[in-house]
Design a protein around this ligand. Structure first.
Ligand SMILES: C[S@@+](CC[C@H](N)C(=O)[O-])C[C@H]1O[C@@H](n2cnc3c(N)ncnc32)[C@H](O)[C@@H]1O
Length: 206
């Protein structure tokens, strides 16, 4: 696979999984790469995506265990989410496919101490944003080239189908504003390679 900055951040995201977590919801799972990472970390994962072709691949690849993965072909907005259920909810490059306020339903589906992890995309909205995004380009190009060379040396790999993509619709400033409104206590970080990472931890309930 060519270098993919979403995959690059799996380890960072996994570091935010609370200890003792056992249930996860992966929103817009694509070919299931992060669902398999969560299952590998021991979580049982409900993985949702409306795209049939990528789900076929995800199902064929199964789970590495010890956690199990249950795939469902659906639009996340039509899934009835049980309040207070999931220890981890993740959206990797998928939240911008739906209106941002979809996060309210995801927030409410978090168990006490649960975390919502969003690896997001933002469109440049200011000169500073443009400078940051431009600075990320050489890193992406170099990382892609290095991964390609490593794969060629290793005999190549089979490419998986690419999940549907969509351009970012909100600027970083808009995301920060909406996160304050809908996800109080959340943190938004800008990462290298041009992605953003948001994390909200649900307070422990008495
Ligand atoms: C850019 S891909 C990212 C896939 C995967 N998370 C990854 O990191 O490789 C965005 C994914 O969101 C999915 N998606 C689009 N609309 C969705 C919706 N309404 N509900 C859930 N997933 C959706 C797409 O089908 C696609 O697989």
């Amino acid at each position: 696979m060519p270098f993919d900055h979403n995959d690059h951040y799996h380890r960072l995201l996994l570091r935010h999984v609370p200890s003792g977590a056992s249930t996860a919801l992966e929103v817009g799972c694509g070919t299931g790469k992060f669902a398999r990472s969560l299952a590998g970390a021991g979580l049982d994962v409900d993985a949702v995506d409306p795209a049939a072709d990528v789900l076929t691949v995800a199902k064929a690849l199964g789970s590495p265990g010890p956690g199990r993965i249950s795939y469902r072909q659906a639009d996340i907005r039509s899934v009835a989410l049980e309040p207070g259920h999931y220890d981890v909810i993740s959206c990797l490059a998928s939240l911008h496919h739906v209106p941002f306020d979809t996060v309210a339903a995801l927030r409410d589906a978090l168990a006490p101490n649960g975390v919502l992890l969003v690896l997001g995309l933002a469109k440049p909205g200011s000169v500073a944003d443009r400078a940051r995004w431009a600075a990320a380009v050489p890193g992406n190009v170099v990382a892609r080239a290095l991964v390609r060379v490593a794969e060629e040396l290793g005999g190549g790999v089979d490419a998986l189908p690419s999940p549907p993509v969509r351009a970012a619709t909100m600027s970083l400033a808009q995301i920060r504003r909406e996160a304050v409104r809908l996800l109080p206590g959340s943190r938004v970080r800008v990462l290298a390679f041009g992605a953003t990472c948001s994390r909200i931890a649900q307070p422990e309930r008495p």
